[in-house]
Design a binder for this molecule. Structure first.
Ligand SMILES: NC(=O)c1ccc[n+]([C@@H]2O[C@H](COP(=O)([O-])OP(=O)(O)OC[C@H]3O[C@@H](n4cnc5c(N)ncnc54)[C@H](OP(=O)(O)O)[C@@H]3O)[C@@H](O)[C@H]2O)c1
Length: 300
């Protein structure tokens, strides 16, 4: 757990609860955003859900506002009167100078007191990834901030890889025996809510992982036990993996990013486990077994 400027977080003592802060949540329909909105509402925040579409689901108690990273005319109106912002980079937007920098500037101009940015574990050692650039934009703008730097989402298994598991009974990633410190996005959301509802998290960066690093063979065994049918870990090479996704008409750029990410895992660089999640939540992170149990229906 480190200060975003590299210093260490000493303690959270003295953190006070802000009364009903007005919070704008970007990515509110996503893996992290949806449970975050629920936590914020339960914690008494006034939640404004940033939404592109007319038909977006707005949880009871929240309000919706039109907001599109790709349409700068929506930024200032969405931020009017907002005290805090949860910011993410939508996965499809890789030109962050074009799509995120204007938002960071609008956040600064709106006088927002605190922005919590969903970043990426290890970002401080990899300045080429988009999240590193966004962290820099925020630092340069001088907006009080907290960076959440999570590891691999367990929810990748219930979204991107759901059909391989459900229809082929297999995990199909080119990871070899590399281990991954998976985290459940519900834990990221719980941490995010805490950092938005309490004072005392400004200037901090939290490295968020689950409690253990698992190989995909171990994950396959957990699936087999919980679903009660065999799920095997098919260990493709990078080419075979890319070819399967190419046949599914997935854009080449996306396939390249996925293959790159899994190569990092294969090299054993995704196995980091930290205690930040447990320290911030005061309980053990959600386990892979629990995640599979809770989402069982989506693979049946
Ligand atoms: N997957 C992982 O293992 C992992 C690990 C670490 C960090 N991350 C980072 O986490 C972030 C993704 O978080 P997530 O999984 O919670 O998101 P997600 O489920 O992919 O959802 C993306 C959200 O962004 C919104 N969005 C997309 N384009 C938009 C636009 N032009 N304007 C406004 N909103 C837009 C979507 O809204 P609509 O409902 O309108 O589509 C949706 O709410 C990425 O930055 C990723 O790099 C991911």
């Amino acid at each position: 757990m480190a200060g975003a400027d590299g210093g260490h977080l000493l303690a959270r003592g003295g953190a006070g609860v802000s009364p009903r802060p007005r919070v704008l949540v970007t990515g509110a329909s996503g893996n992290v955003g949806a449970p975050l909105v629920e936590h914020l509402l339960k914690g008494g925040a006034q939640v404004r859900v940033a939404s592109r579409g007319e038909g977006a689901r707005v949880p009871e108690g929240a309000t919706a506002v039109r907001f599109d990273f790709e349409d700068p005319s929506t930024h200032a109106p969405a931020l009017e009167g907002v005290e805090k912002v949860f910011l993410l980079r939508p996965p499809a937007l890789s030109d962050v100078k074009r799509h995120l920098l204007p938002v960071v500037r609008a956040v600064k101009e709106a006088g927002v007191r605190h922005v919590v940015f969903l970043s990426l574990l290890g970002v401080e050692k990899n300045q080429a990834v988009p999240h590193a650039k966004v962290e820099r934009f925020i630092l340069e703008a001088g907006v009080p901030h907290t960076f959440l730097r999570p590891s691999f989402f367990m929810q990748n298994l219930s979204t991107t890889h759901r059909d391989d598991i459900r229809e082929h009974g297999e995990l199909f990633m080119p990871v070899g025996s590399g281990k991954t410190g998976f985290i459940d996005t519900r834990d990221i959301a719980a941490v995010g809510a805490r950092t938005l509802l309490e004072d005392g998290h400004e200037g901090k960066a939290y490295d968020l992982t689950g409690a253990e690093a698992l190989s995909y063979a171990e994950v396959a065994r957990l699936f087999t036990e919980v679903l009660g049918r065999p799920i095997r870990y098919n260990e493709p090479g990078a080419l075979r993996f890319a070819a399967r996704w190419y046949r599914r008409d997935v854009p080449l750029a996306y396939i390249a990013v996925m293959t790159g990410i899994y190569t990092v895992c294969r090299l054993g660089l995704a196995g980091t486990v930290t205690r930040d999640t447990e320290t911030l939540l005061g309980r053990a992170p959600i386990s892979m077994r629990q995640f599979i149990q809770d989402h069982k229906a989506c693979w049946m």
